[in-house]
Ligand binder design. Structure first.
Ligand code: PBG
Length: 325
């Protein structure tokens, strides 16, 4: 046999052949843009630790919804930043609360051309910053929180959400939200479940983005980064409870779990390219240490290649604009 026996380089020898044999693609329709809408803001407010990302006013957000629709991305995932917080996160249930009015604005702007999604969690609305309500001992009370999530899901659907994303990691949250939606006639509202969500340092910049008041951590409800089998268990439970789509979060340090979950379930799998992952790339690029656009493309490709059908990324609009140019 002549040497070399085979020449894999043949399939890398030109842009044309590389394009022909590429196994993985990133399409605008697979990308979801997370957005922050601040209550009572007169101007969009930059988020220092997330370069390029802002807390929107209702007005600036409306423009962004229209742009997202025009770019053909998959959807927008809205987070509300309320002016006032309290122990039970009551702003989350108020139809006039910032997240719910933003959902209504988004639907008024884009109708059914773009999927409007709502983060379904209490942490932006509670004064203690936890994702649920607390019991007399100050522990997060799982079942009391489920009752609030159930009502929150219905309010979000009634405000205009096509998709709700329970992200608080309470046991039984998907089942509780599904039954409440069905009982209120919202059988068609989709549940994108944050199924495997880890207690991660990579959420750091997000806490600034939503003016989080959390002291302490979320280790009694978010998963331990040491554990992989648990991710599959959580995803299977969520599917059994009625999740339409399951998500792994963060993405980059958890690519193995994206692959594990993809193999274990038969519903679409999403992954969240979180705030700390954006911050690392932007900070390195700002120092001239990394080629920003190439790094972003590589990040998104790696998440898709690991098995994510859908990627939530703060770069969604920018990348979609680049892809469709
Ligand atoms: C909870 C929530 C968080 C993120 C999305 N939903 C923060 C947390 O669990 O502390 C993080 C997103 C990111 O870091 O980009 N509502």
């Amino acid at each position: 046999m002549p040497f070399p026996a085979d020449r894999p380089r043949r399939l890398r020898s030109s842009q044309a052949i590389r394009r022909l044999v590429a196994e993985t693609h990133v399409q605008p329709s697979q990308l979801i843009l997370p957005m922050f809408i601040g209550e009572g803001l007169s101007e969009p407010r930059p988020i220092a630790s997330m370069p390029g990302v802002v807390q929107h006013t209702r007005e600036s957000a409306r423009k962004a919804y229209a742009e997202a629709a025009a770019l053909g991305i998959g959807g927008v995932m809205l987070f509300g930043v309320p002016e006032h917080k309290d122990a039970t996160g009551s702003g989350a249930l108020d139809p006039a609360g910032i997240l719910n009015v933003a959902l209504a604005d988004a639907r008024a702007e884009v109708g059914d051309d773009l999927l409007v999604m709502a983060d379904l969690c209490l942490d932006e609305f509670t004064d203690h910053g936890h994702c649920g309500v607390l019991d007399a001992e100050g522990r997060v009370d799982n079942d009391a929180t489920l009752e609030i999530y159930a009502r929150m899901g219905v309010v979000q659907a009634e405000s205009g959400a096509h998709v709700v994303g329970p992200s608080g990691m309470m046991d039984g949250q998907v089942g509780a939200v599904r039954s409440a939606l069905d009982a209120a006639g919202h059988q068609d509202t989709v549940i994108l479940a944050y199924a495997a969500k880890y207690a991660s340092a990579f959420f750091g910049p997000f806490r600034e983005a939503v003016d989080s008041s959390l002291t302490g951590d979320r280790k009694t409800y978010q998963q331990d980064p040491a554990n992989a089998r648990e991710a599959v268990r959580e995803a299977l439970l969520d599917v059994a409870e009625g999740a339409d789509i399951v998500m792994v979060k963060p993405a980059l340090s958890y690519l193995d779990l994206i692959a594990d979950v993809r193999a274990a379930v038969d519903v679409p799998v999403a992954a969240y390219n979180v705030s700390g992952e954006l911050a690392m790339v932007e900070a390195a690029a700002a120092n001239g240490w990394i080629d920003r656009d190439r790094a972003i493309d590589e990040v998104l490709l790696s998440i898709r290649r690991a098995g994510a059908d859908i990627v939530l990324t703060y770069w969604a609009a920018e990348v979609a604009a680049r892809l469709t140019r």
